[in-house]
Design a protein around this ligand. Sequence first.
Ligand SMILES: [Ca+2]
Length: 284
Amino acid sequence: MKKACINLLVFLLAAIGTGTLLSFQSDTTENDLMVLVKGGLLKTVDPVTNKNIEVNIKPFLLDKNLVTVAEFEAFVYATHYVTEAENFGNAGVFDDVIHQWSLIDGADFRYPFGRNKPKAEGNHPVTQVSWNDAIAYVQWKGKRLPTQWEWELAAKNGENSDQQYTWGENLIVGGQYKANTWQGSFPYYNTKEDGYAYTSPVGAFGKNKLGLTDMGGNVWQWCEDSIEPTPREAEIDPSTRKVTRGGSFLCDPMVCHGFQVKGRASSTPESSMVHIGFRCAKNP
Ligand SMILES: [Ca+2]
């Protein structure tokens, strides 16, 4: 071990001498961690009227990856921000023993399933953050949330392709799962054939053609805009709801096929859930 350390030190000193070390130093900028999505006319379906629509989208930058637990922790450390789950004292957890959602005391972004469950791993997407928490984070970064239509154009790789998923037509390609979803029969049993019962490390399932990871499965992603409820929905629940896209590890396609490009859901802006995270967008 000691010899290995000395060898490393000699190597580094040699590298400094030749200027080679510069190549090890990261001069990665925020924009290097983002993908430029060319704008254009997104052809999609209006979720309320179910009619074909076209949405004109300007070029925008989108984070390659979901915001991780470690990145959100750095934000909290720098700003002393307190999340809404911490203020409320609880957050939404899907309990796979009783097979239903519950508000669990003490659940927050550090302990997404509650204090008596494992701590969240730093390289996993942050969860148990409300839409309001996500806004606080993106503003701190000098960024913003993507709109639902920007998100969809990115999931379509900047093209108006009709493919079902951001990576293609099938969930399993060459024997490998392309996203972290639910296998088995939701909510009763999960065979975890994709390797994960809950969240997976950011990027574990590869990239789409644009270089974006987790654009289907793992966690739903907050978008900037409010959902447009149908008149009946507005009557049942008049509260503002924010759009989420992308599906999650809880999506069994027989019940929730949210990890399709067209998948869409919503939640109230103060809600913190174990299967919702976010990524940042920015104007070029
Ligand atoms: Ca899974």
